[in-house]
Design a protein around this ligand. Structure first.
Ligand code: PLP
Length: 444
């Protein structure tokens, strides 16, 4: 998406504040540091940087992981089935997400493929999901020879818009994958009601949402199946890994088969379903089990820092902060805010450059284009340049014609702010000051 001066789309940039509040926004009118700071020369023009605090370089692993790995080295088998590390990881996972069935696996992408397999998604079925996510959300759909149908997003959340999802339901729709983008919970009650009304399977993509809470309930515990990623950039990690989980007898019992070549490990053999090998080994499980002991601190800290940033930038004209429902806990895999193009004399790229010069950890956008804009979608070239379901007339989907206007407007106007548990409140306050300073400078 190219950026020209003042060309960021102005369409529908109305933030749907009904039923939503800006997380942590102050209501008493108390002046904030960011509001009262005297205007000063931008760092990009040779002025002093607004962000002077450093981010601590704390390691993400240490003694708990070492102890768990040492325990693992005493074992005779490093295979997951009935392995003590996998058992520990499963138990710890169930402590924070109370579901009966848990299948550890090799990645978040694998967890999502396991989920659509267990949901019975097959040839020509449709699965509605977000176009602004990691491609791993839809890889499993395509491998099941099913069709991802991209719905549009809510303006302030970057999460699926329930009404647009409903509009895209057809007799072929089998499931919805609700992506909790950046760790901000989707409106799960609304999605669950919609899924139940249309007899669809609701899959939660929690890859970016470890430790998030929807109306006080742990993320992953509301939909029919939940999927998590343990890839290196996530809140907790074992390098690469994933978890598929369910409380529903219909799908939960199938997770193990779809993660492990279709066989039921409780009864030797019996390949009643066809699936690939997505197993996680014991060394990975050992690290992931240890990492889970850190999760609550990481999630709580990120939630606090992200909400603090919202509180400090909520009243800056032209800035639309990350919208979080006041009863939810967003865990900010990253934070984003949008700029209203008409409010500034610069475009998103210039705004971002000025912030970087101030020392803020920001970048423009997230993924470059919505998933349907990627070449492999535009050319329907999923299987050695071909897409059998389209060639067989099982779908009329044409990704080259697909449009999600709000998703495109979000990607064109969002500025991404890095949030990590190693940041201090002072650092976040200075980031807010940088945003205030740049916004004032470029105010239209
Ligand atoms: C929202 C989302 N879904 C799915 C995935 C896929 O996870 P993995 O990289 O572990 O395969 C990711 C990873 O970035 C993600 O962010």
């Amino acid at each position: 998406m190219s950026e020209k001066k003042h060309t960021v789309s102005r369409r529908q940039f109305v933030v749907g504040t009904s039923g939503m509040l800006l997380a942590g926004a102050l209501a008493d009118g108390t002046p904030r540091a960011a509001e009262t700071a005297a205007p000063s020369k931008l760092a990009i023009q040779g002025g002093e940087k607004a962000v002077k605090a450093a981010v601590a370089g704390k390691p993400r692993w240490g003694d708990p992981e070492r102890a768990q790995l040492n325990e693992m080295l005493e074992q005779n088998s490093l295979f997951y089935w009935q392995g003590p590390q996998t058992k520990l990881l499963t138990e710890r996972f169930q402590q924070f997400c109370p579901v009966k069935y848990v299948q550890t696996c090799s990645s978040g992408t694998a967890a999502l493929h396991i989920a659509v397999g267990a949901a019975g998604v097959g040839v020509g079925d449709e699965v509605i999901t977000s176009p602004v996510t990691d491609i791993g959300t839809v890889i499993g759909i395509l491998y099941q020879q099913a069709v991802p149908v991209f719905a549009d997003l809510g303006a302030g959340t970057c999460n699926l818009d329930v009404a647009d999802v409903e509009r895209r339901i057809t007799p072929k729709t089998k499931a919805i994958i609700a992506v909790h983008l950046t760790g901000n919970p989707c409106d799960l009650d609304a999605f669950k009601a919609l899924a139940d009304r249309h007899k669809l399977v609701l899959i939660e993509d929690c890859a970016q949402a470890w430790g998030a809470k929807y109306r006080g309930r742990p993320i992953g515990s509301v939909g029919h199946i939940a999927c998590f990623s343990l890839q290196n950039s996530k809140h907790i990690t074992c390098g690469d890994g994933g978890v598929a989980a369910s409380n529903d007898e219909r799908f939960g019992k199938l997770l193990q088969r779809f993660g492990d070549k279709g066989g039921d490990r409780n009864k030797w053999g019996g390949h009643a379903v066809f699936a690939t090998n997505y197993r996680m080994s014991e060394p990975q499980a050992a690290v992931a089990a240890a990492q889970l002991t850190r999760l609550e601190d990481i999630a709580a800290k990120r939630a606090r820092l992200g909400n603090l940033l919202t509180e400090k930038i909520a009243n800056i004209p032209g800035i639309v902060p990350h919208q979080v429902h006041p009863e939810d806990r967003a865990v900010y895999w990253f934070y984003f805010f949008r700029i209203r193009p008409e409010a500034f004399r610069c475009n998103r790229s210039e705004f971002t450059k000025a912030l970087v010069a101030e020392g803020a950890g920001v970048s423009g956008g997230y993924i470059k284009v919505p998933l349907y804009g990627e070449p492999v979608f535009q050319q329907h070239a999923f299987f050695a340049g071909r897409w059998p379901v389209k060639e067989m007339g099982l779908t009329t989907m044409d990704f080259a014609q697909h449009k999600c206007p709000e998703a495109e407007a979000i990607l064109a106007s969002m500025i991404r702010v890095t949030i990590t548990e190693n940041m201090s409140e002072e650092y976040v306050l200075q980031t807010a000051e940088a945003i205030q300073k740049v916004a004032r400078h470029y105010a239209a």
